[in-house]
Unconditional design. Structure first.
Length: 290
């Protein structure tokens, strides 16, 4: 009996080390089951899906921690099948990103010549996991100069670009997502839709990410893709997800939507259930990354 007690005491610190140190600062909810769940359950759910979207708040430190954790667990489960797709890199920087992943260039060159976001440190762990495991990273987003162009002159002028420029974009013309997505865009703009050209640039953003994922998915049958983007792009499976389904109708998608919410201690899950397959609420009291 004493030996058993001593063995248990020795194992307890080890068990504590194995626990998630951030577990107290986030809660996961399965909207289909209307029940709390775990990160491991989300990862296991990928057995029936091709793409897992993580809709983040860009400055949520816990959200960034969970992105890295989920990607790590997905790599463990699908070591030869995983790919990372990111809003945070633009399509014309794919070569730079590939060169970094292959070890040809330094991280400082990736950050400067790959035009990494100013908060690249928030995404670095995922990129390094991909690099360490020799996995692809998809630079999914439209080059900013073209979204700015659409904001100024509209979608039609994209047709005037040369072949190289068009190769960094989805097939033209871009189909704008109307209906509920247009309504949501209006809500974000303060109750009115705002200038149509701004809405069109949003659709270019979404369509480019959707097409980038679709291209990889079609060229790599059996792959599993983890897509990270701002929450609005995948909320309610609109935006980027809707565009992806246009380019790859048979793709199976799961979406996580994460929020640093003031109701974290006593969540009202009914406020969030329409937004995603899984909802993650994080502790809003923790420091933001910027």
């Amino acid at each position: 009996m004493k030996i058993t007690v001593i063995a248990l005491m020795l194992l307890l610190p080890l068990a504590a080390l194995c626990q998630d140190p951030m577990a107290a600062h986030y809660k996961v909810y399965n909207t289909a089951k209307n029940a709390p769940t775990t990160i491991d359950d989300v990862v296991n759910d990928m057995a029936k899906a091709d793409v897992l979207f993580f809709g983040e708040e860009h400055n949520d430190s816990t959200g960034h921690y969970l992105e890295a954790l989920i990607f790590k667990k997905l790599i463990e489960k699908y070591p030869a099948k995983m790919a990372l797709s990111m809003e945070m890199f633009q399509t014309d920087c794919q070569t730079v990103l590939n060169e970094y992943l292959a070890g040809f260039i330094r991280e400082k060159n990736l950050i400067s010549e790959g035009r990494a976001w100013k908060n690249y440190k928030d995404y670095r762990a995922m990129v390094e996991s991909a690099k360490d495991n020799h996995l692809p990273v998809i630079a999914g987003n439209a080059p900013t100069r073209y979204t700015n162009m659409v904001t100024r002159v509209g979608l039609g002028d994209l047709q005037k670009l040369d072949a190289t420029a068009k190769s960094w974009l989805p097939p033209l013309p871009i189909d704008t997502a109307t209906g509920r997505y247009y309504e949501k865009f209006g809500e974000v703009m303060g109750g009115h839709a705002g200038p149509m050209k701004v809405y069109q640039s949003q659709n270019l953003w979404d369509a480019t990410m959707g097409y980038s994922i679709a291209k990889f998915y079609k060229a790599n049958k059996g792959s599993k893709i983890f897509q990270v983007n701002g929450g609005f792009h995948s909320e309610e499976k609109l935006g980027t997800i809707a565009q992806l389904k246009k380019y790859a109708p048979n793709v199976k998608v799961i979406n996580i939507q994460a929020y640093a919410d003031d109701g974290f201690e006593t969540p009202d899950w009914t406020k969030f259930t329409k937004f995603g397959d899984y909802i993650i609420l994080t502790n809003p009291k923790l420091a933001k990354t910027f």
